[in-house]
Design a protein. Structure first.
Length: 139
């Protein structure tokens, strides 16, 4: 079975809301600390909380950027691994960026073929449906 791509929108919304809440907490802690007496414990605690909240917010943004930049490459690797393991199909030459429904050159049973894949389970090479490899008794 070929996995379908997962939308990053729900994850992005959750991370953006969390980062917004942390930034707001940093702002409120910093503005409260700024109003307190210089050198007091309240000022130190307020600015410490503001700094920690800001660092966590920046970490959340960095995490989201990392996920968004690596998502396509990770999905491609999973699709090619699944095609190789379950159907015996490997890309001919360099690994292509996988696009559902777009034809690509591949090697199937040692021969070159033009294949099209529509997740989750439609695999066609040279106009014929390719069935999944049968599992062995030891698996």
């Amino acid at each position: 079975m070929i996995p379908q791509s997962v939308s990053l929108v729900p994850l992005a919304v959750i991370v953006i809301l969390a980062v917004g809440a942390l930034a707001y907490a940093a702002f409120k802690a910093g503005s409260g600390a700024a109003r307190s007496e210089p050198g007091s414990r309240a000022r130190l605690v307020g600015f410490s909380i503001a700094g920690v909240a800001l660092v966590i917010a920046l970490g959340g943004i960095a995490m989201l950027v990392n996920i968004m930049l690596g998502h396509e490459a990770t999905y491609d690797a999973v699709v090619w691994s699944s095609l190789s393991e379950h159907y015996g199909i490997v890309p001919a030459g360099e690994a292509y960026v996988f696009t559902p429904g777009a034809p690509f050159e591949a090697v199937l049973d040692g021969e070159n073929a033009t294949c099209t894949v529509l997740p989750p389970d439609s695999v066609h090479c040279d106009g014929e449906a390719v069935l999944p490899l049968t599992s062995t008794a030891g698996r």
